[in-house]
Design a protein around this ligand. Structure first.
Ligand SMILES: [Zn+2]
Length: 428
């Protein structure tokens, strides 16, 4: 026994100051306050208001003051503009020629609110505000369109996807009213044309590539408020995040990040990572972002009800506001942590080398605002990072006697408050 005490003392004395930031992230009271500010009643009110426009079909009327996508988008613009002077609210408009499921020339408008940060790199929170109903239905049992356009029929789209749009809008309010300044610029956006083949999101992602805008992450929310599955199983304590591969794609890094941080701030809510682009045969607005090289994931409820999807039954009584609030809060935790952190380190052309033959030597480019870096690694057969080491304010580090072949390595930038960037992995 007498040897243990001195050994422990040596260990404690030898523990470098680095240790303080070497383990899991700590709770930041500012983020806790943002998480708590998300309001279930407000979320539901947004869903109900969007539902009240009767339809938000992308090709529905834009002339009527209370019915159709035109009235809906005007309301979204006005509503988000009322949250804070800090929000820059505008339409992101496209003159779309007939193509695919867009049968007529369409004035397609995404609705966006930008909260400028210290840097121009962007983090998105999105949903699609357009709706659709397929097939015939008893037209007398539902609200009747005051107009006679071919796409003006009732399409409430409460869960698909007023629920995701409500998250984007409520987070615009919460982040803008917080008074906090973020490193990243935040974009809260409702896309149109999703139901016609992800048209609004694709046009926007391509525009961002043309304008050379850097997008750090896209948190896309689509069908995110239904907790009663068509199977009769109710589940309001888990949520799915879909992220396409390969295993070290930008989307997978983002998914791992949200799992880590979201679980910290919402310990009672299980985040289920799904290693897939999307559900089979379905699509979502995260995909055009991934296709253009950005990190984008899809948040979706765990239990779907197919009876309510793309039908007149997709009404707000099928949206569980408490569940929607929890899922919005996971978004908040991930967005806030990422937005307070510095940008991810850029990989060098030879980021990983065989140090002295049998060592793993990592190097990377410094990130502005970083006070240090965290090296992470995992067994090649493991889906998530297993080990990490805070290495301080350096741009290279050697892990002695570590095979570069048997592990996957990466590095994240750490800011002064301990918030971390996404991991930049070494991928050949
Ligand atoms: Zn949808």
């Amino acid at each position: 026994m007498k040897f243990i005490v001195p050994a422990l003392c040596i260990l404690l004395l030898a523990a470098p100051a680095l240790e303080a930031q070497s383990t899991d992230p700590v709770l930041d009271p500012r983020i806790e306050a943002l998480v708590a500010e998300v309001d279930a009643e407000r979320l539901l009110a947004i869903v109900e208001h969007l539902e009240s426009f009767g339809t938000r079909h992308t090709m529905s009327t834009t002339d009527h003051p209370e019915w159709g996508i035109g009235a809906a988008r005007e309301w979204m613009l006005e509503e988000m503009g009322s949250y804070s002077d800090r929000l820059q609210v505008s339409f992101d408009a496209y003159d779309v020629e007939p193509q695919g499921r867009i049968q007529v020339r369409t004035d397609l408008r995404n609705v966006k609110a930008i909260l400028p940060g210290r840097s121009d790199r962007r983090i998105y929170v999105s949903g699609h505000y357009d709706s659709v109903v397929y097939g015939d239905y008893d037209s007398t049992a539902v609200p009747q369109p005051p107009t006679d356009g071919p796409w003006d029929g009732y399409a409430p789209g409460a869960n698909d996807d007023a629920s995701g749009t409500a998250i984007a809008m409520e987070l615009a309010r919460v982040f803008a009213q917080s008074g906090l300044e973020f490193d990243a610029t935040l974009v809260f956006i409702g896309f149109a044309g999703e139901e016609q083949g992800l048209v609004g999101a694709r046009l926007h992602a391509e525009r961002m590539v043309d304008e050379e805008v850097e997008i750090t992450a896209v948190f896309n929310n689509d069908m995110i408020g239904n907790s009663m599955g068509g199977t009769g199983i109710q589940d309001a304590r888990t949520v799915r995040i879909f992220a396409p591969g390969p295993e070290d794609s930008p989307a997978r890094q983002l998914a791992r990040y949200i799992h880590r941080v979201g679980s910290l701030y919402m310990p009672g809510h299980e985040i289920r990572l799904i290693a897939r682009e999307d559900r089979f045969g379905r699509g979502g607005d995260h995909t055009p972002f991934n296709q253009n090289g950005f990190a984008a994931v899809r948040f979706t409820e765990s239990r779907e009800n197919f009876e309510r999807q793309h039908t007149i039954l997709d009404t707000s009584d099928g949206v569980d506001p408490e569940y929607l609030q929890k899922n919005a809060r996971v978004n908040v935790a991930g967005v806030a942590s990422l937005a307070l952190a510095p940008a991810a380190p850029r990989a060098t052309p030879q980021m990983l080398r065989r140090g002295d033959g049998y060592d793993a030597q990592l190097n990377w480019e410094a990130s502005e605002g970083a006070v240090g870096y965290r090296v992470v690694w995992r067994n090649t057969w493991n889906p998530d990072w297993e080990h990490s080491l805070y290495v301080g304010d350096v741009t290279q580090f050697t892990l002695e006697d570590m095979s570069i072949d048997d592990f996957v390595y990466g590095v994240a930038a750490v800011g002064p408050d301990g918030h971390e960037s996404l991991v930049t992995p070494y991928v050949r």
